[in-house]
Design a protein around this ligand. Structure first.
Ligand SMILES: C[S@@+](CC[C@H](N)C(=O)[O-])C[C@H]1O[C@@H](n2cnc3c(N)ncnc32)[C@H](O)[C@@H]1O
Length: 257
């Protein structure tokens, strides 16, 4: 992203719900002695720390492009865990584990990106990725539809949010073609129970809506948010508690030793 629109406090409002897919991802990784691990799009670094400790890694590097997120991550650095600012698409080196939780969907062209990440693995190294795939949920669709309304449409100058996440089968094929084996690919629907539908707005404010926040003039973001909230709440059932379904794709593979 061009500007830093990430707000660690907003993102962490749903920390428990966001942790579950990460724990499922971590369960796909086979710990090996003295691992060197890379976490792409590490965010606030808390989950990177958890992975570093649970895997007993010798060294873990977290990379993120957001300075605001990295300032928070700096608080959990140490004991072989460190963080750097960078574009995950340009990551280099050779690693025993390349991990990425809820970050790759910000980047286009997974057909090129996934093999590239597979190329960062040493023999015996593992790639483990989780990507949100909720493009068709009202929370995501209404964000796009609101951006099609004026005055937002003109201000966005033709930009539209495209689907970046591929079908689960495509990830299996990409991993296999990249020479990875012992593949795992799954599509899981997480059933998050929120207090009410208004909480969905708070959830996406911490992630999805960053795309519009970054591109709209500052004076238009609050009106965009107000219109989004109005449209979304008119569409979602007004139940308390509210069930927020969230599709996610998890994929993993190992480079043969
Ligand atoms: C939804 S957060 C996930 C953070 C963390 N992995 C977690 O699970 O809590 C997505 C993160 O990806 C980062 N990100 C997005 N595009 C990136 C890029 N091209 N290079 C590095 N980081 C990126 C954002 O700055 C953000 O911190």
């Amino acid at each position: 992203m061009a500007s830093d629109t990430w707000d660690p406090d907003q993102y962490q409002r749903f920390r428990d719900e966001r942790s579950q897919p990460f724990l499922d991802l971590l369960a796909l990784v086979k710990p090996r002695a003295g691992m060197r691990a890379l976490d792409l799009g590490c965010g606030t670094g808390e989950l990177t720390r958890l992975a570093h400790e649970r895997l007993g890694a010798a060294e873990t590097l977290g990379i993120d492009s957001s300075e605001a997120m990295l300032r928070r991550a700096a608080q959990v650095e140490g004991g072989g865990l460190r963080f750097e600012k960078g574009d995950l698409a340009a990551a280099g080196g050779h690693w025993d584990l390349v991990l990425s939780n809820a970050a790759l969907h910000w980047l286009p062209d997974h057909a090129r990106l996934v093999p590239r990440l597979g190329g960062l693995l040493r023999p015996g190294g593992q790639l483990a990725v989780q990507v949100p795939d909720n493009h068709d949920h009202p929370s995501h669709r209404v964000a796009r539809e609101t951006g099609e309304e004026e005055p937002f449409r003109s201000a966005l100058g033709g930009w539209r949010k495209e689907r970046t996440v591929l079908a689960p089968e495509a990830y299996a094929e990409l991993l296999f073609a990249a020479g990875l084996r012992d593949l795992h690919v799954s599509l899981r629907v997480y059933a998050h129970v929120l207090a009410g539908p208004a909480e969905v707005v708070e959830w996406v404010k911490g992630t999805l809506l960053n795309d519009w926040k970054e591109r709209l003039p500052a004076a238009l973001y609050e009106p965009y948010l107000a219109r989004y909230r109005q449209r979304l709440l008119a569409e979602l059932p007004d139940t308390h508690p509210f069930l927020f379904t969230f599709r996610r794709v998890l994929f993993a593979g190992t480079r043969p030793a």
